[in-house]
Design a protein around this ligand. Structure first.
Ligand SMILES: *Cc1c(COP(=O)(O)O)cnc(C)c1O
Length: 386
């Protein structure tokens, strides 16, 4: 099966991990800070905090911005469940903003309308989490404007989007947000096996995040509430978690960072080939916003079902049978059984529903060979054309 995504591991990655195993530190050593520095520099951000997953980083981000019971977070329904679960961890409520029909990202217009209604009803969100689906930035300028007008915080879920740009600046610079989150799961752009990173330019947020990712413990005398009682002394001053990244992961991530631009460039080559080959098929190729340079985590096509030979589901099954590991990113989160208890109505998210009935993610990863890509194209042509 040709997967929809997979990691690229080279000799340098192997050697980096091997060296850590032979060193004094398997955790809390120099590799994670070096990885953080590499991502911070790449993104031109002030602070970077590596964690054991993007999910953990989203949780810490919400806590650091004070989300708690009675609070409210809005995100995109077309995302991985972690984008909204972070609010539930904090005991807060979740709601969704429908996606744009062209980009499948949170629609800034839908957000504006929902904010107007929420203001009238007296229930504005505390945090909005735009998700840069497939690696293409949301309309952050518009979302940032709305955040000033309506007084909410912005966490960019850029799990798909390290290496992407928005208005010429790297995603992760936090130019239009309070916090940006990256994921380093193996299907993402660069990997640390499991791992995530939280970017911010705000010193106060950074101080909270550093505490929360490691038990709420500090060794900084300026933060301590009492005098030191000796060289062993540290204080737990908040309730945090163990969300630390290991040195093995840090070394792998750092080694991968040197190939980030090459990974993204290779993904664009693959896209160019797909775009040309699929133009004649009854599918819609991904729209690219001119404000954004996508990292192309995913290549999602929409089936033009009126012109396709088979249904969405049949097309999926036939491609899988032919060894093409197509996938669907994502079933709208409000459709998940766990989310049924919150009483969302599909009718409130027409664009997300429409997307869900037509979308297919084709294989997209840097080591996809020309022959395998051609096999994907041929299989899609055979399955879709009458
Ligand atoms: C992968 C992903 C996450 C979670 O990342 P982990 O590092 O696996 O926790 C969150 N949001 C989105 C949009 C993702 O794709």
């Amino acid at each position: 099966m040709i997967p929809y995504g997979r990691q690229d591991i080279n000799e340098a990655d192997l050697e980096a991990v091997r060296q850590v195993l032979l060193s004094d530190f398997l955790t809390q050593g120099p590799q994670v800070p070096a990885f953080e520095a590499a991502v911070r520099n790449y993104c031109s951000a002030q602070y970077a905090f590596a964690m054991n997953s993007a999910t953990s980083a989203l949780h810490v981000a919400c806590m650091a911005m004070g989300l708690k019971e009675g609070g409210l977070l809005w995100t995109s329904p077309v995302s991985f469940v972690a984008s909204s679960n972070c609010a539930l961890y904090c005991g807060a409520e979740v709601d969704f903003v429908d996606v744009d029909a062209a980009t499948y990202n949170m629609s800034a217009d839908a957000l504006r309308q929902k904010l107007e209604a929420a203001k009238a009803a007296g229930k504005l969100p505390d945090i909005v989490v735009p998700v840069h689906l497939c690696g293409q930035s949301c309309d952050m300028r518009a979302i940032h404007e709305l955040s000033k007008q309506y007084g909410f915080k912005v966490i960019e879920d850029a799990s798909h989007a390290i290496g992407a740009k928005y208005l010429g600046k790297p995603v992760g610079s936090c130019e239009y947000s309070d916090i940006t989150i990256f994921s380093f799961h193996p299907v993402k752009i660069v990997t640390s096996a499991e791992g995530g990173m939280l970017m911010t330019n705000d010193a106060k947020i950074a101080e909270r995040v550093e505490l929360l990712r490691s038990h709420g413990i500090t060794r900084n005398p300026e933060l301590m509430q009492s005098e030191s009682e000796g060289p062993w002394y540290y204080e737990q001053i908040d309730l945090g978690y163990n969300y630390r990244m290991t040195e093995l992961q840090g070394a792998l991530g750092l080694s991968q960072m040197s190939r980030l631009d090459a990974f993204v460039a290779r993904r664009h080559e693959i896209k160019t080939t797909y775009d040309a080959a699929l133009a004649a098929l009854p599918v819609q190729i991904p729209y690219q916003d001119t404000d954004a340079h996508s990292s192309l985590h995913l290549y999602v096509v929409r089936l033009d079902l009126d012109r396709c030979k088979h249904s969405h589901r049949e097309t999926f099954e036939l491609l899988r049978k032919k060894g093409i590991g197509v996938n669907l990113h994502y079933m709208p989160i409000y459709r998940q059984p766990y989310y049924k208890q919150f009483g969302f109505s599909k009718d409130d998210f027409p664009n997300a529903e429409h997307y869900y009935k037509e979308a297919i993610s084709l294989p997209m990863f840097p080591t996809l060979t020309a022959a395998d890509q051609q096999a994907v194209i041929d299989a899609l042509a055979e399955v879709t054309t009458r």
